[in-house]
Design a protein around this ligand. Sequence first.
Ligand SMILES: *Cc1c(COP(=O)(O)O)cnc(C)c1O
Length: 359
Amino acid sequence: MSRFFSRRFDTLAAYTPGEQPQDQNYIKLNTNESPFEPSPAVLEAVSNAEVAKLRLYSDPECKLTVKAIADYYGVDSKNVVLGNGSDEILSFIFQAFCDKDTPVAYPDISYGFYSVFAQLYGLESQVIPLSDDYSLNVEDYCGINKTVVIANPNAPTGMAISLSNIEKILVSNPDNIVVIDEAYVDFGADSAVSLVGKYDNLIVVQTFSKSRQLAGARLGFAIASEEIITDLNTVRFSTNPYNINRLTLLAGEAAIKDKIYFETTRNQIIANREYTVAELKKRGFRVLDSKTNFLFAAHCTAGGEALYKALKADGILVRYFNKPRLSDFLRITVGTREQMDALLASLDKILSGKDDNDA
Ligand SMILES: *Cc1c(COP(=O)(O)O)cnc(C)c1O
């Protein structure tokens, strides 16, 4: 830290992303990306002619991509705003709808960025513990007079809450924003997008990173009332009006229009998930009920950290959280059937006490 760094960041602990080894030597099951390539339509859209146009600024209104997303969800373009990843959208939301009079509330076990943004923007936060079984108690969020941020399904647990429970939170906090972060919704939860017309305090956040094969393109979006989208655009235009680059705008538009590719790949992930859950349970794992493209699993005897290290030594990268209530678990991204079989074979080797070093 330099002596010039603002004192207000004295205690700021930045977000720690999952490992992103650039040598690509691992079976990478640690940051919930898709194991599949982007749709062929994306490759076609990001053509040489478009690369030549990189000398020009991108469309600050992101018109065509916004329209394609709005059409997909059956809303108006005025209800959609794009971010450089949904992380940026969340950042805009914390700036726009939280302050010293409006603190933020979120679960103790959830996406790590919520507490980082709360610190970054100097916000008071109410951190609400999940139940002992990692479920979210909806009553804890009712009538609390704070900006509420909930990932549904949650990460890293993978567990989802119902739309009727989300409605309870919306109805009981009519004068506060309720953010539903749906990064994983395509893998089995009900989207709250259908409630946007009914509740003017709802913001639904989604991303192209998990279910649409574009984590590296950085594209996320929010769907909300026209007034809320106007506010988010005020923050966006005051930060970076060209926040989505030309290639990403085209990639996103092509990806959301290719419904068949989307359905095929997500159904494959869901099938691989169910297969892997059953196989992990056979091997003595407790696996939380996942509606996502990852599994949160703890072994009955082997510790989380030891398994994480042994898998890594065997070329398989999963996510381990060295934190209270999480340290017994591994968070494992659901990949291809081949990747899942490699994971299971490696676990068999590790759990039987044999590894490549024994001979
Ligand atoms: C991955 C993730 C995000 C961020 O995704 P982007 O790549 O920034 O779009 C947001 N929320 C949750 C819960 C996530 O897991």
